[in-house]
Design a protein around this ligand. Structure first.
Ligand SMILES: [Zn+2]
Length: 354
């Protein structure tokens, strides 16, 4: 038990460290927000939009801390950051600010339910306890089910007192139009590959440069996601996926063995990995360079796949994978993992038999 607790504490420490750091590629965005705050004030509800790993959470946290900060000269001196010394700054750093409400998924792939939004509404109906305002943060908006979204709409329409809502999403398309139209968008962009790799190298000085590059590519250019990916040992997982799929598609391993091995991984990870592989096959099939795909080290094998693939079947498989991923990410996928894995493995096999 003690070991688990230590591990949880260490994970919490790492997560907070990520929150508390300044994300260099978002500095300009931050400055713009602060200027707006001092000039005309920030909107009641903002939608932070950006790919996973571009720093939405650290930005929201920094903004929340700044908005709640009690520094007496905050407005007169046109402060550009929180003071770090007031009661509010200390409480938020400790993770126990009474005027800051964080609405998160319980776990990856779980829905944000209406009960949590009701709690949020309840929170906003009270007056701030120590700061001049209240801040609410919701991530990811995609995980809210329809009842939760409807409960939130009322709050977005009728702001109560001095409050700020920071909503976060990865894809604009997955945000309900009614929520979109009631929020002001703040777009986050990933840094250049060069800057992202420099940042990653600083964060993980012991990691090999090629592992960093691979992780970044695998994570769609989102540096924070890439760091997480490496820390969670997903590089090893990636290698395991490759080996299993090579064995399966070359007929060296039986369906049940491969599916049993795959079932040990998170289902959404597996679906995403498969989607990545199918995209790589298509990209190489259309003449892309090895460095434009997510598995450059496996380019030779993927080229072999390109030679025998049925594009139509692969396209159908890809649509199926994206549909499943969407449902899983929204916490709606009530799948039998083993059956699903077996059926997708058979689809893969079918894509290569003419
Ligand atoms: Zn402060």
């Amino acid at each position: 038990m003690a070991v688990d607790e230590a591990e949880v504490a260490e994970q919490g420490r790492l997560a907070r460290q990520v929150l508390l750091q300044d994300i260099p590629w978002n500095i300009e965005l931050w400055q713009g927000l602060i200027e707006r705050y001092h000039a005309s004030g920030l909107p009641h509800a903002s939608l932070l939009l950006g790919n996973e790993g571009t720093g939405k959470r650290p930005l929201a946290f920094k903004l929340a801390k700044f908005l709640l900060c009690q520094a007496p000269d905050k407005r007169t001196a046109r402060n550009t950051t929180s003071c770090n010394t007031c009661h509010s700054c200390k409480l938020i750093d400790a993770g126990s600010h009474p005027d800051y409400f964080v609405c998160d998924q319980e776990a990856k792939g779980k829905q944000i339910k209406v009960d949590l939004v009701r709690e949020l509404n309840d929170f906003l109906s009270k007056t701030p306890q120590i700061s001049a305002c209240q801040v609410v943060q919701i991530y990811p908006i995609e995980a809210m089910n329809i009842n939760a979204s409807n409960a939130l709409l009322k709050t977005l329409e009728e702001p109560s007192g001095e409050s700020y809502l920071l909503l976060m999403a990865e894809r604009l398309g997955s945000v309900l139009p009614t929520i979109r139209s009631r929020t002001q968008r703040i777009s986050l962009h990933p840094p250049s590959t060069e800057n992202a790799l420099a940042w990653l190298a600083e964060r993980m000085p012991n990691a090999a440069a090629e592992d960093l590059a691979l992780a970044l590519r695998q994570c769609g250019g989102g540096p924070l996601k890439a760091e997480n990916w490496l820390r969670e040992g997903l590089l090893a997982q990636d290698t395991a996926y490759t080996e299993l799929m090579r064995n399966w598609l070359s007929g060296q391993q039986q369906l049940q063995d491969v599916s049993k091995a795959l079932a040990k991984f998170d289902l959404l990870d597996t679906i995403n990995w498969w989607t990545g592989l199918s995209l790589d096959i298509m990209k190489l099939g259309m003449g892309a360079d090895d460095n434009q795909i997510s598995h450059p080290l496996q380019a030779e094998w993927i080229r072999e796949l390109v030679a025998t693939v049925s594009k139509l079947k692969l396209l159908t498989l890809q649509q199926k994978l994206q549909e499943i991923a969407g449902r899983l990410a929204a916490g709606q996928g009530n799948y039998n993992a083993s059956l699903l894995i077996e059926s997708v493995l058979l689809d893969w096999q079918q894509s290569f038999s003419s």
